[in-house]
Design a protein around this ligand. Structure first.
Ligand SMILES: [Zn+2]
Length: 65
């Protein structure tokens, strides 16, 4: 199970890197802290722009749809 999460994280990181190359600037600033749980969002994740949730809460949020 942990391996699956690590693999998913690696894929997301790769996608983020690809997106950053295509879209170098974002108008929407990321939140410093997750709006769901208040945990600090890692700077690597915030760098995407428009990030409002930590990785776990984003997963939960997307899983609920
Ligand atoms: Zn969170």
């Amino acid at each position: 199970m942990a391996d699956d999460i690590d693999l998913a994280q690696d894929r997301i990181d790769a996608e983020m890197q690809a997106r950053l190359r295509v879209l170098p600037t974002f108008d929407i600033a990321s939140l410093i802290e997750c709006q769901e749980c208040g945990e600090e969002i890692p700077s690597k994740r915030r760098a995407i722009g428009g990030v409002k949730r930590c990785f776990d809460c984003q997963n939960n949020f997307e899983g609920r749809r």
